[in-house]
Design a protein around this ligand. Structure first.
Ligand SMILES: Nc1ncnc2c1ncn2[C@@H]1O[C@H](COP(=O)(O)OP(=O)(O)OP(=O)(O)O)[C@@H](O)[C@H]1O
Ligand SMILES: [Zn+2]
Length: 602
């Protein structure tokens, strides 16, 4: 009954509003174009509804976020011409009071209606706002604003190509990628990258955060996904950006209560929407996460997020470039050297650097200066590393040295003992749980695994720990990944590949059995055989370990040089690795690295 009365009031309200305003509905992209063409003479904005008057005296109603509009007005240089009257209602005539009252009533009614038939009824009242997305008709961010990260940029440039001239690719029979997953630690610029792709391709950008989807009311998350994709389809080509996709995309069944929870429905809807694209829907969905490992595998299937781009911590060159970008609008004392700033901020992300410079500027201002001095920077670093909200960590010189030797150990053994894979990159930039990494690339396409090759790669794996033993004269827990890996390889050699004294007998495939509360493993062989297997595994690993020690002791000079270069430059590639192996002096190697990467930071 009360609903009926309210509904009548709503109808009356709309009638009155229409009589007095007669606005036609348009969208934000339209308004932006009109402003650009100098067709708009007046804008009033109230609660994200803009009433717009054009040169011909026509009025339109546009749903647009105040912040976005303000930004666009600023960008187009229309400030002073079009000043949006935020909260204009207070200065208005009596009708504006009436209208406000009615709007309020309408909102109450909408909420009541929504609560009555959740999900199902929400379709008619859908629009931009309903999807909860942020929309940007045109994004100002460009690749130039993302500093460092050159490899990531290269990969993303391809997406820009796709969006700019999709016909070129479809004509050649190529499929436009639908989903791209940006994986990396918080603050490394994933959002910034997504925006830059939209900016470079000059397409609209719709963004939403995974945590926004997770609503209290059942069905709302799923309908938001639907709304978002519906809106995007009307604006293609465009980009949909989903931040924190892990909030919805976690492995199904991993939550509590299991079954049909809200998150799962949202995830299912997302999968449905991505499958529902036509091949000629020029929409690319970019999602960001720092936990790709917990995502539902269904999300990563072909046709969904089948491309992954890893956005890593910036290295010393990258940090230098980020410092340059973020000090564009600040005045730094001439004695501040960007190279030094980069060197003392190992482990910082782009967000940390932006933060640090902002803190430094605040400190300078407090001391009534406009110029930022080195002391402000140091204090800024302390603020960022000790701030309550962030767990940013500065890598100490001590840690750097250990990691540098550890990785150099891997690389040098891998270079000296011929491997199936060649070392392509060595880095002391953290990745995942590891403090650094050594990346290998296959030398050729041979698929057969020989005993010699496996032993060689085991020796390289033990190289990290061996280097610590030789140089630090102590060992760290940093080799945990290496130890796990080599143990499992050695076990396979004995139990599956028949590469040990136990002969070519298959002892593998210990079945997992459920033992009440825990999983255990059952074997088809005797305890005596089990003991022999363990002995063999030990022997294989000990052999690899002593090989690594032998190689590193004999090549101590090269290991020292590589560690020094790593501490200085953080990441080196095959050219530089080769120089070191040829016995070139450290200065030559450093010069080579620096001259090669000048262009990155320029
Ligand atoms: N490579 C970079 N170049 C310039 N600025 C950067 C870079 N990386 C990060 N930033 C700065 O850090 C801010 C935060 O980055 P962004 O939000 O894109 O990170 P993110 O990886 O999406 O983080 P989160 O996972 O926390 O959302 C950016 O707005 C920018 O100011
Ligand atoms: Zn290692």
């Amino acid at each position: 009954m009360i609903i009926a009365i309210l509904a009548v009031l709503l109808v009356v309200g709309i009638f009155i509003a229409n009589t007095f305003m007669k606005p036609e509905k348009k969208d934000g992209a339209w308004l932006y174009q009109q402003m650009k063409d100098d067709k708009i003479v007046k804008i009033d904005i109230d609660n994200d509804v803009a009433t717009v008057k054009d040169v011909n005296g026509n009025e339109y109603r546009v749903f647009v976020r105040y912040e976005i509009l303000e930004q666009q007005i600023e960008e187009l240089g229309l400030k002073g011409v079009l000043v949006p009257n935020y909260n204009d209602r207070n200065s208005g005539n009596i009708w504006s009071y009436v209208f406000t009252g009615l709007t309020f009533l309408a909102v109450v009614i909408l909420v009541l209606l929504m609560m009555r038939n959740l999900g199902a009824g929400s379709k008619q009242i859908m629009d931009f706002g309903r999807s909860g997305a942020n929309a940007h008709a045109s994004m100002k961010v460009r690749f130039n604003d993302v500093a460092g990260a050159e490899e990531e940029k290269e990969e993303l440039k391809e997406l820009v190509e796709f969006l700019k001239s999709p016909q070129k690719f479809t004509a050649a029979g190529a499929k436009i990628p639908r989903g791209v997953l940006l994986v990396g630690p918080p603050g490394t610029g994933k959002t910034l990258f997504a925006k830059a792709v939209a900016g470079e391709a000059n397409v609209p950008f719709f963004s939403i955060s995974g945590s926004d989807f997770v609503e209290m009311y059942v069905g709302v998350g799923a309908s938001r996904v639907r709304d978002l994709f519906d809106v995007a389809k009307k604006h293609k080509p465009c980009i949909i950006f989903i931040d924190e996709i892990d909030a919805v995309g976690r492995h199904r069944g991993a939550g509590m209560g299991g079954g049909h929870d809200e998150r799962e429905q949202t995830l299912n809807q997302l999968l449905v929407q991505m499958d529902g694209f036509d091949t000629n829907d020029d929409i690319i969905v970019i999602a960001a996460t720092n936990r790709a490992d917990i995502l539902d595998p269904a999300l990563l299937r072909p046709g969904r997020f089948d491309r992954q781009i890893y956005v890593n911590y910036p290295d010393v060159r990258g940090r230098e470039a980020i410092f340059r970008v973020h000090s564009r609008n600040k005045q730094l004392s001439p004695e501040i050297d960007f190279q030094i700033l980069a060197r003392i901020t190992s482990g910082f992300t782009g967000a940390d650097i932006a933060n640090l410079l902002n803190e430094a500027a605040i400190l300078a201002a407090r001391k009534n200066r406009v110029i930022i001095e080195m002391e402000d920077i140091y204090e800024g670093i302390n603020k960022v590393t000790m701030g309550p909200q962030k767990k940013s960590r500065l890598v100490t010189e001590f840690d750097k040295r250990i990691v540098a030797y550890h990785e150099a150990g891997h690389a040098i053994v891998a270079k000296v003992v011929p491997q199936e894979h060649t070392v392509h990159e060595v880095s002391i930039i953290p990745r995942g749980n590891a403090g650094g990494y050594t990346a290998y690339r296959p030398e050729n396409d041979n698929n057969s695994i020989t005993l010699g090759k496996i032993e060689a790669s085991l020796a390289a794996t033990m190289g990290g720990r061996a280097a610590e033993e030789i140089v630090i004269k102590d060992i760290t827990s940093g080799a945990i990944g290496d130890i796990k890996h080599s143990t499992s390889v050695a076990r396979s050699m004995v139990t599956e590949y028949g590469m040990s004294d136990l002969g070519p007998v298959f002892y593998g495939g210990g079945r997992e059995v459920f033992l009440g509360r825990d999983y255990g493993t059952s074997h088809d062989y005797s305890e005596e055989v089990a003991a022999r297997i363990d002995k063999e595994v030990e022997r294989i690993i000990a052999k690899a370990h002593s090989k690594a020690l032998e190689v590193l002791t004999a090549n101590r000079d090269k290991m020292d040089i590589m560690a020094r270069v790593l501490i200085e430059c953080e990441t080196i590639y095959s050219d530089e690795i080769d120089m070191i192996m040829q016995g070139k002096p450290v200065e030559d190697v450093l010069n080579a690295v620096n001259s090669k990467r000048k262009k990155t930071t320029a």
